[in-house]
Design a protein around this ligand. Structure first.
Ligand SMILES: *[C@@H]1O[C@H](CO)[C@@H](O)[C@H](O)[C@H]1NC(C)=O
Ligand SMILES: *[C@@H]1O[C@H](CO)[C@@H](O)[C@H](O)[C@H]1NC(C)=O
Ligand SMILES: *[C@@H]1O[C@H](CO)[C@@H](O)[C@H](O)[C@H]1NC(C)=O
Ligand SMILES: *[C@@H]1O[C@H](CO)[C@@H](O)[C@H](O)[C@H]1NC(C)=O
Length: 459
């Protein structure tokens, strides 16, 4: 400041004489003394506030209380995570949640998809049906005609059929692409939903939607159900090290994955997680994955393009490496799945002898079933009270007397929970416990057959 006043004053007073020079000199001397006194009395900061830009930066940086608000990410993040119902598309009219289902199948699965759809149908929910490219066009058209012809679906418009089937390679990244495709449609159409569940034609519910929606009404809406564990053991060798190329990305016919002879090292900038391909994810987490406003989901999607069994790792790795969503993870896939043991790679086909275990598990869904297996009829009869070709009845069915009470749609936010709700509450009590949640995204191993976290015995 002293220097500034000297320069400007001398500029104005040229040509200068001894006397003219003396006045500004005395003035600046006075200023200097004042400044020094000010420093001594602790008034330093206000004086420098307007003067020295370098010092200003240092001072203001240290005085930032919320540095976050100066960066774009924090803004996007808080909008995505905490926005109230209206613009996030979830529901605000009443407390009950809505679920978006993706039901996928391949050639010959048209009728099974219909049956699964009828069993999980509820007017509050959204449904996307996908028959992959291997299914002949006729089958897809038949499915679309069925949806179009059903009076309930055409009235409520909550069932959609993907017209252009995706080519999906078993264990390949095209499976992820297909799931993300369905999620994008759900977001783009601005539909109301809180959770996304993906099912295949060989999945079946073990309780009614009334049971499920009733129990989830009381749950925090930010929980992501995704069975996961840090990658270890044989999976490192057989999943993380191989490099594969998915022909579904560039060929128009189905072929197996191509494996290269090169192996790769484990990544160092993120941790790999693996688990079940069956998930129940929140809208805000999927928003984050689809929009990619944080680079992590996109980077990982590229990484997983060459990963074997990517549906068993992509969402798991994204969520456990993301600081915002890590704490929302519940390590369960809400399915009853009987694994072969060892090597736990293929789920066994369920039949009547598994009925009791299935019911006892409290899981809302089970897989996998053979087409029209007798146990499905028993589930329809005893658990869903559904008759053939009809919807699973619930409190929304307002028809009176007639053969099909669900032909008239009543109040879709009232539920009639039955014994299924009690079973699901039992399951939830276990997996929501602090003890169980502590294992999420940790170093603990997960015992898939016992469904619990265990210490690693060897790495
Ligand atoms: C969302 O709405 C609830 C209740 O209406 C309110 O308590 C909460 O503060 C709101 N949250 C935000 C981020 O606006
Ligand atoms: C979603 O569902 C399909 C159903 O066939 C499955 O193959 C896929 O692996 C699932 N998971 C993900 C993450 O895409
Ligand atoms: C629908 O049911 C819910 C829950 O039972 C109730 O709060 C609401 O008032 C009902 N709506 C109508 C229009 O009857
Ligand atoms: C794992 O081991 C630690 C220390 O030995 C123990 O405190 C912890 O309870 C164990 N966790 C589980 C899930 O067994």
């Amino acid at each position: 400041m002293r220097k500034n006043s000297w320069v400007s004053n001398s500029g104005q007073t040229r040509p200068f004489s001894d006397r003219l020079w003396l006045v500004p000199f005395l003035a600046s001397l006075l200023v200097t003394i004042t400044l020094l006194l000010a420093c001594a009395f602790g008034l330093f900061a206000p004086f420098y506030g307007g003067g020295d830009s370098v010092l200003l930066d240092v001072i203001s940086l240290t005085s930032w209380e919320e540095p976050d608000k100066y960066f774009v990410e924090s803004d996007v993040r808080s909008k995505a995570l905490f926005s109230n119902s209206t613009d996030s598309g979830s529901d605000s009219d009443d407390g009950a949640p809505r679920i978006a289902y993706l039901i996928t199948g391949t050639k010959g699965d048209g009728l099974r998809i219909r049956r699964t759809l009828q069993a999980v149908y509820h007017p509050r929910n959204q449904y996307i049906l996908h028959l992959d490219l291997e299914a002949p066009p006729r089958e897809r058209i038949e499915l679309a005609m069925y949806v179009k012809g059903d009076p309930t679906f055409s009235q409520l418009e909550n069932v959609r059929v993907i017209a252009k089937g995706n080519l999906v390679t078993y264990k390949g990244p095209t499976m992820i692409a297909c799931t993300l495709h369905a999620v994008s449609i759900l977001l783009k159409e601005n539909l109301k939903w809180d959770w996304f569940i993906n099912l295949s034609a060989s999945d079946y519910p073990l309780m009614t939607q009334d049971d499920i929606l009733h129990v989830f009404s009381t749950m925090p809406r930010n929980l992501n159900f995704i069975e996961h564990m840090k990658i270890a053991g044989w999976k490192v060798v057989q999943r993380a090290r191989p490099i594969v190329v998915d022909p579904g990305l560039y060929l128009s016919k189905k072929f197996d994955l191509v494996t290269t002879t090169e192996k790769r090292e484990l990544p160092t900038s993120f941790e790999l997680y693996t688990g079940s391909a069956w998930v129940m994810l929140t809208r805000s987490f999927l928003d984050y994955c689809i929009w990619g406003w944080d680079q992590l989901p996109r980077t990982l999607l590229m990484y997983y393009a060459n990963f074997i069994s990517s549906p068993e790792g992509y969402f798991h790795t994204v969520i456990c490496n993301s600081h915002e969503f890590q704490s929302t993870v519940i390590g369960h896939d809400l399915h009853y799945i009987a694994w072969d043991y060892p090597p736990k790679q293929h789920p066994l086909t369920l039949s009547s002898k598994d009925y009791d275990k299935m019911v006892k598990s409290g899981a809302p869904f089970a897989r996998k079933f053979a087409r029209d297996d007798r146990v499905l009829d028993r589930i329809d009869r005893e658990l869903l009270r559904r008759s053939e070709g009809r919807f699973t009845p619930g409190a929304w069915c307002a028809g009176d007397g007639g053969a099909d009470s669900c032909s008239v749609t009543g109040n879709d936010s009232s539920f009639q929970p039955g014994p299924g709700a009690e079973r699901l509450k039992g399951l939830m009590a276990g997996i929501m416990s602090q003890e169980y949640r502590k294992g999420s995204c940790s170093n603990l191993a997960y015992d898939q057959s016992k469904r619990k976290w265990v210490n690693r015995t060897r790495t």
